[in-house]
Design a protein around this ligand. Sequence first.
Ligand SMILES: *Cc1c(COP(=O)(O)O)cnc(C)c1O
Length: 470
Amino acid sequence: MYKQAHYDEDFLIDYNTGSDYILDGEKCDLPENIKRKSLKLPNLRSFDVSRHYTKLSEMNYSVDIGMYPLGSCTMKYNPKYNDYIASMEIFTDVHPLDYEENIQGSLEIMYNLQEYLKLISGMDFVTLQPSAGAHGEFTGILIVRKYFEMRNELNHRNEIIIPDSAHGTNPASAAMVGFNVIEVPSDENGLINLDALESVVSDHTAAFMITNPNTLGIFDDNILKIAEIMHKNGALLYYDGANFNAILGITTPGIMGFDIVHFNLHKTFATPHGGGGPGSGPIAVKSFLKDFLPVPVISKKEEKYFLDYSIKNTIGKVSSYYGSFAILLRAYSYILKNGNDLRKNTEKAVLNSNYMAGQLRNYYNIPYKKLKKHEFVLSTENTGKRALDISKYILDFGIHSPTTYFPLIVKEAMMIEPTESSTKKEIDLYIEVMKRAASMDDETLKNSPVNTSVGRIDEVKAARNLILHW
Ligand SMILES: *Cc1c(COP(=O)(O)O)cnc(C)c1O
């Protein structure tokens, strides 16, 4: 008889009959109170089931229905061929514990993806293990810690500097690895305030974590100066790659002087994401940090690919097996399919964003003068309107809201990132709806949405009174 070690035998029960399982010839005595008395399954036509789930899916919104311009999240349209590739049996039938000689093809793909990511980031070594951007940050900061530990500097290098425009995962990752977080303010142009930075950098500084362009969509052209300040002080520079969609094929964090980079493959490299996954957040490092990468990485020797555990001072393993393989496949197929057009995608993403910003300039505040890249932030501050109400109102037109109330340094913020995959027609509709929202009366705004399957919810109650199952 078949037996699985991790089941608690007391609770095994035959779902059809309600009777006890017989394991290894022994009958388990189930307590009466947990025995099923009857099994009530609804008696439905398959037709009814199909209609029920189709109706549910229609209550939802997704990139398959329309544009999803959530700033910072890079919700581009995900071409179906990537899903097709990832669902091929030659990949889904691979077992992660199979012998290396049987999975040479999968290893080759991962190896090649590592090579592409090196090229794209201008870095020297890559691990594909982390399962999200935040997980990549955590892994990267573990490497920072290991680097200073090996140099016997960890006692005093206990601070990580992070700008006030940063994504919340940055300080969270730094704190989880045990560093103190020091916040540095942005200047009147939305850039890193260099004087403020110099005043907080010291021999306590382990690293500075930034994304460039930042969460305002502004490229910080002081980046080489920033890298110099950090390196002069013996600290490292960490690149949050969530905004890669603004630089892919044009410049690299390597050129900008960064030491560690994470990618959000599920953002820049077209994988469906949201609702907590699935994701993939590889990291890349300059060669002086290669000895700290998590094991294994995929290496190649005499035309054979293998899982390389020979990394000297590795931080260990950060993921089960070798990362989110199905997401790696999608990223690989996306890169191969686009080839040299990756740069064109970037240019189009920046153009789309600037076109939208230009059209909405007279209807909303756009803080900070400097040119925006692939995303921009609107604000309703001083207009008497709330960003939340605008975001709810536009849902009635079958379009998705922008990222609302982020970044934190802009009051009443709405952050828009159209990506390269929105058409002009879609963008123009979005602009029209946003213009209409700007002049809508307060009563209508406060009561919207009215056409969605769920109306205005009580946000405070939803946050305070969590009901996570029913
Ligand atoms: C999305 C995002 C992250 C975190 O990435 P996840 O993949 O969601 O964990 C970090 N920084 C910025 C700027 C982001 O937009």
